[in-house]
Design a protein around this ligand. Structure first.
Ligand code: TRP
Length: 338
């Protein structure tokens, strides 16, 4: 049986938060240690351009995300860890795939449709106001990321599932034209990995500005946890674990028996302040040991840069010869050769 190839990208916007940790970083790191899995993890900085962030922010975010994965123990000997923009084969493949992508397919992308809807709702006469071609063809770049490494499994959040399906559609159409050159990927949505709520109870997301950064320091971590929204039940009044952001986050960090113990305290009417303190201690217990290493890496970007260069070298050893095959298949080849 051929080994499954796992691949996933992390867009380099913002600083890593505990939602990223629980949803992507922790499972990614544990998979990187599994000898039966081949893993590619990369920093999707070209995708970050579609969000039109300022240059300083993109580069700082790249450093912080890479440092977080490394500090938390990513096995970069086993998994291939690289930065998208270090692999020139990816943008070239993007263009090749663009020629195999129906415009109608891109019209159906949720993210593009949401941007158009926002324009219409905002009363703009121009449905495409502020929409760049990067936002519009975002799924094609993502297809290139995936197809470049013959990934068979792509772990993503639910919001990215359609993009992986589009990569599959594009690959299918390519193969129909040019023969079986590309490998069809499948999205992997893990319903067990928690989607954490943020400070205000909505999904933790940089777009809602409600995140708890992973490594903002112990004091700040505590301060933010104290801000998490609760209801106004008094100490001693029994509390419901359903619909409690504090409980959900606790569960994502604790062993099942610890979570059960907390559920019993809820029934007994634990005070919110007490629960917040316990949550802080639980998170800090897991994150704390990596904090110093994270600080060291962020203060010394050359170490991170070196790691990414090593990763890029290995990634290109796969991408370059494969792109050559793809080029040959489409007729871009040395004259006189087949
Ligand atoms: N678009 C993804 C996100 O915003 C990130 C990403 C870019 C990605 N390329 C990818 C994920 C390839 C999986 C595979 O989350």
């Amino acid at each position: 049986m051929t080994k499954e190839i796992y691949l996933t990208g992390i867009t380099t916007t913002g600083t890593p938060h505990i939602g990223n940790y629980v949803g992507a970083i922790r499972p990614g790191i544990s998979a990187s240690k599994d000898a039966n899995k081949q893993n590619y993890y990369f920093l999707a900085d070209l995708h970050a351009l579609a969000k039109n962030e300022d240059p300083e922010k993109i580069s700082q975010s790249t450093l912080e995300i890479a440092a977080a994965w490394m500090a938390l123990g990513l096995d970069t000997k086993h998994a291939t860890f690289y930065r998208q923009s270090d692999i020139p084969e990816i943008p070239e493949l993007t263009w090749i795939l663009t020629s195999m992508t129906a415009k109608g397919l891109m019209n159906r992308a949720h993210s593009y449709k949401a941007a158009v809807q926002a324009n219409l709702d905002g009363g703009s006469g121009d449905p495409d106001k502020g929409i760049t071609m990067a936002l519009y063809s975002y799924p094609i770049l993502m297809a290139a990321d995936i197809l470049m490494f013959r990934a068979t499994r792509v772990p993503v959040g639910r919001d990215q599932k359609q993009h992986v399906e589009m990569a599959r559609d594009i690959a299918q159409r390519f193969n129909h034209h040019y023969g079986e050159v590309l490998v069809l990927p499948e999205p992997v949505i893990d319903d067990n990995t928690a989607v954490l709520a943020g400070l205000d109870g909505r999904k933790m997301s940089k777009s809602y500005n409600n995140t708890i950064p992973l490594f903002s320091g112990e004091k700040n971590l505590r301060k933010l946890i104290m801000k998490i929204k609760t209801n106004s039940l008094e100490p001693g009044e029994p509390k419901d674990t359903a619909d409690s952001t504090l409980f959900d986050i606790y569960r994502a960090f604790a062993a099942p028996e610890e979570t059960a113990a907390i559920a019993a305290l809820y029934a007994d009417g634990i005070a919110w302040g007490d629960m917040k303190q316990r949550l802080f201690e639980k998170i800090n217990e897991q994150i704390g040991p990596a904090r110093e290493e994270y600080k060291r890496l962020v203060a010394d970007p050359a170490i991170v840069e070196h790691e990414l260069q090593e990763g890029a070298k290995r990634a290109r050893e796969i991408a370059a010869p494969y792109l050559k095959e793809i080029r040959a298949a489409i007729g871009i080849r040395a004259l006189g050769s087949l």
